[in-house]
Design a binder for this molecule. Structure first.
Ligand code: PEP
Ligand code: MG
Length: 359
């Protein structure tokens, strides 16, 4: 098991004494959470719940849900997932032992869940009892040419609220179980992805609050929780003052914010960005090291506008830049409360955050 030891551990302790920002991790499995804690992570900054859906049975359940005809069909398809998600969250809460956990509700591009090819349609027809022609027609209606700018993030939660309802229920039920067993209640921070408008967050926060109320009444075990949002679209950054009326925290999703601000696909950028860096158009790859002049301005402006509405609003960053030393220096200047990095980058983030504080 990797662990910080000897002189390295001592150095990190010294660094921690000077560090203002907290360092969290991006993790969604108990093993990654455990490893990140050994590296010094002080919470989860981003649990990407779509990464919990790689298993074929789960993909099939989500497929059935999105292709179902009505709410009843959607709820039936999701029934099997509730106990599985409850277990996922329970294990994470147990490992994190009371540290803050930001759990992001599902954010996959929809095409990752649509069936492709006759075989997958046949399998789905057998599993769901719905005819192949019907399934193909429905999949055709949901097809998108540009899924990364399409029906993803909170847009899924708006059109298929049942999926966010199931996830919120699983989170609260898991938190209640852990609170009862360990005596220490986790404080889930439920995060809504790809928000562009206050109304999106308002609708989805209301849904989460409704589910929380139901679960607390059923279990007799209320827990504290927060609902907040990713800031990963330029519109959200500009409207941060209004969005902060609904969100208790912001986490900057600088991967998507870079993609949408520069108008450069995060999936294909490698094809020309190295030439751009060579020619000095960008000082560094903006998907690796934050484009401080452009994207950074949006981060700063959103932080200011968010604070003006809600003084003390909790601010973090969970894009790849949260583990990049130069970007971490910028986060310190903006006054973010924490950075969140993948487990192996937690130590460098601790050092960089300390250096930024000292500077
Ligand atoms: C982001 O967009 O920066 C982010 C953290 O979310 P994801 O990478 O999952 O889109
Ligand atoms: Mg994103």
């Amino acid at each position: 098991e990797p662990e910080l030891a000897g002189d390295f551990a001592v150095l990190m302790e010294w660094a921690d004494k000077h560090r203002r920002m907290r360092v969290r991790t991006n993790a969604e499995t108990p093993d990654d959470c455990r490893m990140a804690r050994q590296f010094g992570a002080e919470g989860i900054g981003l649990c990407r719940t779509e990464h919990m859906f790689f298993d074929a049975n789960r993909i099939s359940a989500v497929r059935q849900m999105i292709l179902a005809d009505d709410e009843k069909g959607r709820r039936a398809a999701l029934e099997k997932l509730l106990p599985e998600q409850r277990k996922d969250f329970r294990e994470i809460f147990e490992v994190m032992a009371g540290l803050p956990c930001t759990i992001r509700l599902l954010d996959p591009p929809l095409h990752e869940f649509l069936p492709h090819g006759d075989e997958e349609f046949e399998e789905l027809a057998n599993a769901s009892g719905v005819g192949i022609d019907h399934l193909k027609r429905r999949a055709g209606e949901l097809h998108e040419f540009n899924p990364m700018l399409g029906h993803r993030g909170c847009r899924l939660g708006i059109t298929f609220p049942e999926i966010y309802e199931m996830q919120a229920r699983a989170i609260f039920e898991a938190a209640c179980e852990v609170a009862k067993d360990s005596g220490e209640a986790p404080v889930p921070e439920i995060m809504i992805p790809l928000v562009a408008t206050k109304r999106e967050l308002q609708l989805l926060k209301a849904l989460v609050d409704k589910v929380a109320g139901e679960v607390f009444e059923e279990t007799g075990c209320p827990v504290e929780y927060l609902v907040g949002t990713m800031i990963e679209l330029p519109r959200a950054a500009l409207m941060a003052g209004e969005i902060a009326e609904e969100g208790a925290f912001f986490s900057f999703g600088t991967n998507d914010l870079t993609q949408t601000t520069l108008g450069v696909s995060r999936d294909d950028a490698g094809r020309f960005l190295s030439a751009y860096v060579d020619k000095g158009i960008f000082p560094r790859d903006p998907f690796v090291s934050l484009d401080i002049d452009g994207v950074g301005q949006l981060v700063e402006l959103a932080a200011e506008r968010g604070r003006a509405t809600r003084p003390g609003i909790k601010l973090g960053i969970c894009g790849e830049h949260g583990g990049d030393p130069a970007s971490i220096g910028f986060c310190e200047k903006v006054g973010l409360d924490y950075v969140s990095a993948s487990p192996y980058r937690v130590p460098i983030a601790r050092l960089a955050a300390a250096q930024a504080s000292l500077k």
